[in-house]
Design a protein around this ligand. Structure first.
Ligand code: GLU
Length: 391
């Protein structure tokens, strides 16, 4: 039968991070020994108090529809999280609960981006940002960054790309796939530019906030520039912080009109996020948080191991990321072997037993992303395989 794909769908492709991870799972099911460093997913067990809350919700018969944009209980817990962990003063009425941060980001863009609108996306970017913009009919305006400046853009570079058609800037700190962290004073500099361009909304994706290795507290635009808060939406969640990727719970807070618009979309698409997952997320936000610093230290050790091993492999290099759990590895000196195509490089690594994601999937080039959310022994073995595959 003829396929009837919409114009919008034809503008996007499947997410390369999830595609590679699915491919790695398939190969494993076929009996291949594959180490998957492709997806950003903490390997720690979900904390027991979260599991207990999910079980209790099941036993209590908490198995029916909830309000579309989340239970009152979880919105309160999320407001506490925004206040306590990010410093953002909000209230439950300005919180939406979604199926992962991904859904909140999609809804914010789908609710506001029209054909011809321009969305500034710092690159290298998380794979789904540009796809979502294109799906909505918007134009992606890349704001290129590189390792020389820690993969951070400067305010003047942002301003040179803003036009009357710009309606969003997407910010992600700590960032995926570079680990770039924007300190408070840089955010204030960005805020100065934004004040001159009132048509620009800002999406601040803070999902990796607990994972910063700079020693400085997390900084976020809504706190550094409170006068701009009515055009900032901040996205967070429990997936990365509490090892709850499969629960699919994200939270966002922003101006009333935008939260309401996102809710309108959610009510006509997915409906409410899973009831059991919402109960678990309440426990995540309200329960003990002390293990997070231990996890952060474990990630820091893993980062140091990966950075050291990568930089010892001829032809590979990477700066030490300041946050999140990704390393964007440059392999430019080796690219001739792969015809200049880093997806061939990633497939070669997969053939050699390690799943990564090509840098080009993130708007980068000549390299690959390693997710170091894996045990040190696993990372060590993966780096040995990479070294042998490229020798
Ligand atoms: N955000 C994570 C990653 O980049 C999870 C997969 C995805 O949704 O892209 O690997």
């Amino acid at each position: 039968m003829t396929q009837h794909l919409s114009e919008a769908l034809q503008r996007i492709e499947a997410s390369p991070t999830t595609a590679m991870t699915d491919r790695a799972s398939e190969l494993r099911e076929q009996g291949r020994d594959i180490i998957s460093l492709s997806v950003g997913e903490p390997d720690f067990p979900t904390p027991p108090h979260v599991i207990a809350a999910a079980k209790a919700a099941l036993d209590a018969g908490d198995t029916r529809y909830t309000p579309v944009t989340g239970t009152a209980r979880l919105k309160e817990a999320a407001a506490l999280h925004f206040r306590r962990d990010l410093g953002i003063e909000t209230d439950p009425a300005r919180v939406i609960v979604s199926a992962g941060g991904k859904q909140a980001i999609f809804e914010a863009l789908a609710a506001t981006v029209s054909a011809g609108d321009e969305v500034i996306v710092p690159s290298p970017w998380w794979v789904s940002y540009p796809q979502m913009v294109r799906f909505c009919g918007g134009r992606v305006v890349p704001l290129r960054t590189g390792p020389a400046h820690g993969y951070r853009f400067r305010p003047g570079e942002l301003e040179s790309l803003i036009t009357p058609q710009t309606n969003w800037l997407l910010l992600n700190s700590p960032g995926n796939p570079t680990g770039a962290v924007y300190p408070a004073e840089m955010l204030r500099g960005i805020g100065e530019v934004l004040r001159r361009h009132p048509q620009v909304l800002v999406l601040s994706d803070d999902i990796y906030a607990p994972l910063s290795y700079t020693g400085e507290p997390h900084a976020t635009l809504a706190v550094e520039c409170p006068d701009l808060a009515d055009r900032i939406i901040t996205v967070s969640g429990v997936s990365k912080s509490h090892a709850m990727t499969g629960f699919r719970i994200g939270v966002a807070t922003g101006p009333d009109w935008l939260i309401a618009a996102m809710g309108r979309l959610q009510s006509n698409s997915s409906g409410n996020p899973a009831s059991i997952s919402q109960a678990a997320a309440v426990a995540a936000f309200e329960g003990p948080q002390d293990f997070l610093s231990d996890w952060r230290e474990a990630f820091r050790r893993r980062r140091d191991l990966v950075v050291e091993r990568v930089n010892a492999i001829p032809g590979l290099s990477t700066p030490a990321p300041d946050g999140a759990f990704y390393c964007l590895v440059d392999a430019a000196p080796l690219m001739q072997r792969f015809g200049g195509d880093d997806s061939k490089l990633a497939l070669h690594l997969l053939d050699n037993g390690v799943a990564t994601v090509a840098a080009s999937a993130f708007g980068g080039r000549d390299g690959f992303r390693i997710s170091f959310a894996a045990d040190e022994a696993v990372l060590d073995e993966a780096l040995t395989r990479i070294e042998e595959a490229l020798s």
